[in-house]
Design a protein around this ligand. Sequence first.
Ligand code: SAH
Length: 399
Amino acid sequence: MAINKTNHIVLRPKKEESLRRFHPWVFSGAVAQKPDNLREGDIVKVFSAGGEFLGTGHYQVGSITVRILSFTDEPIDTDFYVQRISSAYNMRTDIGLLRNNNNTFRLIHGEGDFLPGLIIDMYGKTAVVQAHSVGMDADKEKIASALQTVLGNEKLENIYYKSEGTLPFKADIESADGYLLGGKNVETTAIENGLKFNIDWLRGQKTGFFVDQRENRRLLEQYAAGKNVLNMFCYTGGFSVYALRGGAKAVQSVDSSSKAVMLTDENVKLNFGNDSRHTSYSEDAFKFLRESDKNTHDLIVLDPPAFAKHRGAVNNALQGYKRLNLAAFEKIQPGGILFTFSCSQVISKEQFRLAVFSAAAISGRKVRILHQLTQPADHPVNIYHPEGEYLKGLVLQVE
Ligand code: SAH
């Protein structure tokens, strides 16, 4: 088929199968023809070699050429975003996410909410919007306006746009980080399951908080009574604050970033004042575990950053998980509970479990799996895009 439209992309023969199964990515190897003057972020329409329309999406430079926004030939305008955002919001209210004294949740989880490249986290009346593609960056005004239509003034006072760290580094666009709405007298304390957290979306990692551990933190709270807890990679102290509410005897929080340790201390204070049960350390987790005595902790949390950000790093990452978990198995008190996580998207549940299994075997301890954890419902997985399942956790009892 000859290309006579500026925004038409034609695939090679037989390369349309994954799109027919609603997988939302077109890889560069599948593309037969594209117009020369396409700019990253442009809206494109994708056709099979036989000329059949397949979908509409954002054009990208790199191994993923198109991220499909719609499998129909509809305009990608403010209305489109209103529909997608209201469907996402309705799902979250229908399943009761905003009950239980909770105003912190992920409103849009990229492909999981059929909006590849877009993340929106809600902290009370503030939405933090993060674009992971140039197309979503280009659409930010439409997204901001759609958010206001869906949520209204009552539920939305501020929109903070934060994409400097997430847009492709080679993209030639100026970062426009800042408020798209409001920005004056902003309430920065968010509530998760009745606990308060001060969220620093301006300077913090990601959108300022790891919303995805909400349910796993609550599970930890149920295990915490009377325990000596060690929370490794604490960041803003989520697991520490829940452990303290759960009646832990003592909680130690560790993070290599002194800023993170400060945030943890602040959040502990916000909920419990000066609580002598809590101590924090700005140290490397591996070093801390190596130097800590055996049998001092009977509840350990390991929630490291993604050790593998791309496929090439998988083997090293698996070694990293093995080493880290081995250190915990060697130190945890008999009868202790280990919460261990991986948030690396490129590492499967099976690979992670195998790394933890190898660590357990080397330590020689008896280990039972009590829970297998994952991401919560406000981080949904699009059934056609299994790559979206990224958070894996095991709760282990170690004898
Ligand atoms: N558990 C946290 C999220 C962890 S994010 C929560 O529930 O919110 C990962 C954290 O690991 C970051 O804060 C980062 O500063 C820290 N980190 C990275 N490498 C580290 C290392 N080698 N030792 C200790 N902390 C590290």
